[in-house]
Each structure stands twice: as structure tokens, then as C-alpha cells.
Write a protein that binds this ligand. Structure first.
Ligand code: GLA
Length: 636
């Protein structure tokens, strides 16, 4: 991974939108940035209409001035291409370049992210504006990094997308017979006899074909990646030494395979917006950080955005208590981010995000928030030397975008919350002090002793082989219910599911038994299961615990373990509650120096401690005040 050019140590700053403010504020901005310890700002993210007010008519004057002032102030620029929000003149001239929703409605401008990544006119306009920026600023001394687009995530179901989808499918399957086989086309008369008959999965009368939907997600990720790469290559040609990235966003609506994208960016950048106000915000922040580090191959990455003063949840925003902004930042920094960036520098006066928090609030610098921002920013140079060593762990959790996308289907044996199942393993491990990496089912497992596969519903042949190799070589594999239920084409793995690895687990899964909500099933001496159980037939595995009650499952195996090669394969045939996973991890002796409410991460000689509790905590000889954090030398 590369690092923003000229930015020493940890990056601190955020999105800066000078084009929304009169020029008189710009000097003030730079002065206050310096006061706050800001050394990197993302400029121009949504500025296309100001850069190109009319087709082919450019106005770079304001940006020249801003970049000059930032450079004079010693602040690096993460310069964005503005393609996430095409100007109104563009969309009126090219209505087909607006994205089409699954219900067939084409959206209109007036918000943002309204573009059709498959529309030729949009692709061309994106290349043109990126090339203009590259030409003008490619060797600007303020340029620290290029930021392509913003949060790729807008899917489109247009005729353009449909055409590109068919080309993608032809490259993948080569023949229609292969496509029909992969998609199980004989069901409901979905057999295609011409490529042109294949549509984007728009609104249909009833359920979609799951294989069709999954391929469309993969296609959309690839189509957006092409859009990114076109811009990246233009920028690279103009400034070979400047790293190029785009900011990843996270959510089930986002059709982006981050494993694949990570190898196309010079630095993994992630926007972390926890969606719950309570301690789940810290759990989610740690999850985001561990995912980002893993996408970055275990190396440095950058927290590109977070909110300074509030946490958003479904019922509105909740103010962050004093110190929480710093603690969230330290969760990320301790877990591999080389800095803490925010949306945004100065709170907006108008526009849809005028109430979004910022480093510099509406009320200006004489505020509690700005004082906290400046205090934290000025602390960071003092700890920059502590992040040189990698975060080390020998425990990994599988992260499978295919499984996340496929479990959004409405046709499953029971509703599955894939993200929650992954997050549950991550939070129970975190409460036990274990920092985990994430890895793709087909990824490199060689550095891990334990790999956990939470409901890895889609398991490809290659993924199954990888897990087999890992276990045979001495690894400990722990898989939970519905893992390997279907293959990469969403076709069921016959004769016992488990990705065909019934010999590895020493069991067959013979039946799915969804349970009523609110009626947990007790397991002997092992807590309980909720909502989902499976009937398991032992084929050599040992039973670790059984279901204590239930129509078909009473006394049947709930958790099993099977020696395989040099390793062992554990299987959890139900959705365990947190306490039961904790009990299992106790049995597996997975624990570390942290505890609930206390993040502890070791990196080389340094120990990072973030105390989210309301009382003073001690770890080794280090005392950390309530709601605070510390970095100290690890005790021998
Ligand atoms: C995203 C975007 C920003 C801003 C923030 C608000 O991360 O990238 O432009 O809209 O959300 O939380």
C-alpha cells in the first residue's frame, strides 16, 4: 500500500468543500486547519458543476487558489474526481445516463449519485473531467493523493446495463447452454435461447432466480470497477508517484466486492458510519476497521470518513459524548488505519447535509467540538511512531460478499442476517480480547490457526477446496449453519450440504428446521439456539452438545467436531446466542488481553487501549481513565 505523498505520520482532516463558501473563509479555513492539526483534506468530491459549469467550459480558478492556499499552509490535498454527481446540464443532455431503479423508474438529478455507470455518455464525460484534472493538477505540489469518485454503490438496471451484463455473461459462460445450466434455467421456463433474452433482474411478478440476481451483483461490481479503472489509469499517467484510491462504503445495498477492488487501489480507504447509538457503534467501528485492514492485505489503510459529533441510527442522530470521537478514531488507528479523516471539515450552511456534524461546527472555533477536534489532532503526531508494526492475529473470520448478496434473497429456508452472523462472531471474539482478520473463502489461510465460517451460505468449489486444504494441514475450522448450502451458482450442494465436505466435518446435514421467533432451543450445557436449527447425522464426528428439546431435534447433535488430517472441523448447526458462542470460544481457548468495553490491540512493542466504559480501567500497569485511550509499551 502507498501513502499520501508528503503527509508524514498519521493523516488527520476531512472533506473540504471551499466551493460552497465565499473566498473570504478560505484563509480562515487554512488557519484553523493548522490549529487543529489537520494535514490532509479531500477536495472537490462533488464539485463537477463548479468545475465545468457548461459543457466544455471549465473554471479551475477557484481550485487553483484553494490548492495554493492549502499548500502554503502545509496541508496535503486528496483531490477528488467529481463523477459521483454529474451536473444538471449533463443529465438533461443525456437522460439515458441517469440510473434506472429495479422497478424501471429512471431517477432524475436533484440529489447525488444519480448516474448510470454503464451509459457510454457518462463514461466518456467521466474520463474527460478526470483527464482535465489530471492535466492541470497532476504535478501540483499540494497533491498528496487522488480520490476517484465517491462511495461507489449506485446500481443501475437500465438498457445500457443490460447490454453490458450480456457481454459480461458471455465472457463468463461462453455458451447459452452453460448459462442455462448454471442458472437452472428449466425452472419456471427461464431457459434462454438467445443472449438478448437475458434482462437485468428488474421488478418481476414473484421471486427472482437467485443465480441471475447474484451474477447481476457481481457484474455491477465489475462495471463500477471498470469506471474506476478508466479514471485511475488517466490519473496514473499524469502523476505516476501519487497514490490513487476511492472511498469504500459498506452496506448490503452496495454491489461492490471489496476483495476484488482492494487490489486495484493503492490504499484501501473506508468510510465508517456506525448505525446504532449504543455500544454497537464501537462494535461496528471495530468490525469496519478489521475488514478494511483485511481488504488491505493486513497492511495500512485509511479511515477516509466518519462523523465527528454524532452517530446515526434508524431513528435519527445521537450526539457523541465527549471523547467518543477520539475513541472511535483510536479503534480505527489501533486496527491499522494510518489516520482519522472525517466528513466534513466545515459544517454546511445549506444543502441536504447542512445538519451533518463537522470538525468545525456552524458556531465556529469557540466551541466544545472544535476544542476536542484540535486537542485530538494535536495528539496524533506524538503517537505516529507506534503504528509501524502490523496488527497480528492467527484468527480469521470468512467474509463472503457472495453470501451476503445471496442471503438477501426472499427464497431462503429461513430469513438469514448474514452480516449479523459475521458481526456476532466478531463482537464475541472482541469481548474476549481477540482481534480477528477477515479472509475470503478462496483467500490465503496459511497464517491462521483458526478460521471461522459464519453462515457462509455460498461456497464455491475453490472455496471448499481451500477450507479442506487448511484443515488437512493442521488448521481449526469452525463453520456455522447453512455454510456451503449452495455453490457459486446458487445450486444446492447435494447429499448433506456443507460445500460437499461431509467427510471433512464427519457429518451430513439432512434437514433444515427453522424455528419460531422468541422460542429459543436449549442446548445441553451450552446456552441456546434461536430461529434456526439443522438435523445432523453423525458420520464419524463427535457430538459436543445436543439439543435439549424440540420436535425432531431433541437429543440430536447441535455442535460437532471431527479430526481431519492434521486439523479439526467444528460445526455449529444452529444460530447460537452470544453466550453460547462465548462458551464455544472458551472451549477453543480463544482469548486475548481485551475485555467487554475495552479494546486492547498489540502491535510490535506497543499496546493500544481504548476504554469505552464509565470507569477507570487497568491493563497491566497502564491505567486508562473512563472514556479515554492510551498507547503504551507492552509489559514484558
Ligand atoms: C458519505 C459521503 C459523504 C457524506 C457522508 C454523510 O460517507 O461520502 O459525502 O454524505 O456520507 O454521512
Amino acid at each position: 500500500m502507498h501513502w499520501p505523498k508528503g503527509v508524514d505520520g498519521l493523516s488527520y482532516g476531512g472533506d473540504y468543500n471551499p466551493e460552497q463558501w465565499p473566498e473570504e473563509t478560505w484563509d480562515d479555513d487554512v488557519m484553523l486547519m493548522r490549529e487543529a492539526g489537520v494535514n490532509l483534506v479531500s477536495v472537490g468530491v462533488f464539485s463537477w458543476a463548479r468545475l465545468e459549469p457548461r459543457p466544455g467550459e471549465y473554471d479551475f480558478g477557484w481550485l487553483d487558489t484553494v490548492l495554493g492556499k492549502l499548500h502554503d499552509g502545509g496541508i496535503g490535498v486528496n483531490l477528488a474526481t467529481p463523477t459521483a454527481s454529474p451536473p444538471p446540464w449533463f443529465t438533461l443532455a443525456h437522460p439515458d445516463a441517469l440510473n434506472t431503479r429495479p422497478d424501471g423508474v429512471r431517477q432524475v438529478h436533484g440529489s447525488r449519485d444519480t448516474y448510470d455507470v454503464c451509459a457510454p455518455a457518462y463514461r466518456e464525460a467521466s474520463r474527460t473531467i478526470a483527464a482535465k484534472l489530471a492535466e492541470r493538477y497532476g504535478d501540483h505540489p499540494a497533491l498528496a493523493m487522488w480520490h476517484v469518485h465517491n462511495e461507489y454503490g449506485s446500481a443501475t438496471y437500465s438498457a445500457h446495463a443490460e447490454r453490458a451484463f450480456r457481454v459480461w455473461l458471455q465472457a463468463k459462460y461462453e455458451t447459452l447452454d452453460a448459462l442455462n445450466d448454471a442458472w437452472w434455467g428449466s425452472f419456471w421456463s427461464q431457459h434462454y435461447s438467445e443472449w438478448d433474452q437475458v434482462l437485468a433482474p428488474r421488478a418481476t411478478q414473484y421471486l427472482h432466480n437467485p443465480a441471475h440476481e447474484l451474477d447481476f451483483k457481481r457484474f455491477t461490481s465489475d462495471a463500477m470497477l471498470e469506471h474506476y479503472k478508466e479514471q485511475r489509469d488517466l490519473l496514473r499517467a499524469a502523476s505516476p508517484d501519487v497514490p490513487i484510491t476511492t472511498n469504500f462504503v459498506f452496506g448490503q445495498w452496495v454491489p461492490v466486492d471489496h476483495w476484488k477492488w482492494a487490489s486495484e487501489v493503492d490504499l484501501v480507504a473506508f468510510d465508517s458510519y456506525p448505525s446504532a447509538p449504543d455500544e454497537r457503534a464501537e462494535q461496528q467501528s471495530a468490525l469496519h476497521a478489521d475488514l478494511s485492514r483485511s481488504w488491505a492485505g493486513g497492511g495500512d489503510w485509511l479511515l477516509m470518513e466518519q462523523a465527528a459529533a454524532s452517530v446515526h441510527s434508524h431513528d435519527g442522530a445521537i450526539a457523541k459524548a465527549p471523547g467518543r470521537m477520539a475513541r472511535h478514531s483510536m479503534i480505527h488507528i489501533s486496527r491499522g488505519s494510518k489516520g482519522a479523516m472525517f466528513f466534513q471539515w466545515r459544517a454546511g450552511r445549506g444543502g441536504a447535509e447542512q445538519w451533518h456534524s463537522a470538525l468545525l461546527p456552524h458556531a465556529g472555533k469557540n466551541t466544545r467540538m472544535f476544542r476536542e477536534v484540535a486537542e485530538f489532532g494535536n495528539t496524533l503526531p506524538g503517537i505516529a511512531h507506534t503504528v509501524a508494526d502490523p496488527v497480528e492475529t492467527d484468527v480469521a473470520i470468512l467474509w463472503s460478499p457472495d453470501s451476503w448478496w445471496a442471503t438477501a434473497g426472499k427464497h431462503l429456508p429461513a430469513p438469514i442476517d448474514y452480516l449479523e452472523n459475521v458481526a456476532q462472531i466478531h463482537r464475541v471474539l472482541r469481548d474476549r480480547g481477540v482481534v480477528a482478520d477477515f479472509v475470503a473463502p478462496e483467500g490465503d489461510l496459511s497464517k491462521y490457526t483458526t478460521v471461522i465460517a459464519p453462515t457462509t451460505y455460498v461456497l464455491s468449489r475453490a472455496g471448499a477446496e481451500n477450507l479442506r486444504w487448511f484443515t488437512a494441514g493442521g488448521g481449526r475450522l469452525v463453520a456455522s449453519y447453512l455454510t456451503g448450502a449452495v455453490d457459486e451458482h446458487c445450486q444446492v450442494w447435494l447429499d448433506g450440504y456443507l460445500g460437499g465436505m461431509t467427510d471433512l466435518f464427519g457429518i451430513r446435514v439432512t434437514e433444515h428446521l427453522p424455528q419460531p421467533a422468541g422460542e429459543p432451543r436449549a442446548l445441553w450445557n451450552f446456552g441456546a439456539a434461536e430461529r434456526f436449527c439443522e438435523l445432523v447425522e453423525l458420520r464419524g464426528a463427535q457430538c459436543v452438545t445436543q439439543y435439549a428439546s424440540g420436535d425432531v431435534i431433541e437429543n440430536q447433535p447441535a455442535v460437532t467436531v471431527n479430526p481431519f488430517g492434521e486439523g479439526e472441523a467444528w460445526y455449529v448447526s444452529c444460530k447460537l446466542v452470544d453466550e453460547a458462542w462465548d462458551r464455544l470460544f472458551e472451549e477453543l481457548k480463544l482469548s486475548g488481553p481485551g475485555r467487554p468495553g475495552l479494546d486492547v490491540v498489540d502491535r510490535g512493542p506497543w499496546r493500544f487501549i481504548v476504554n469505552h466504559t464509565e470507569k477507570e480501567e487497568q491493563v497491566g500497569n497502564v491505567i486508562v481513565p473512563a472514556g479515554s485511550w492510551a498507547v503504551d509499551k507492552k509489559q514484558p
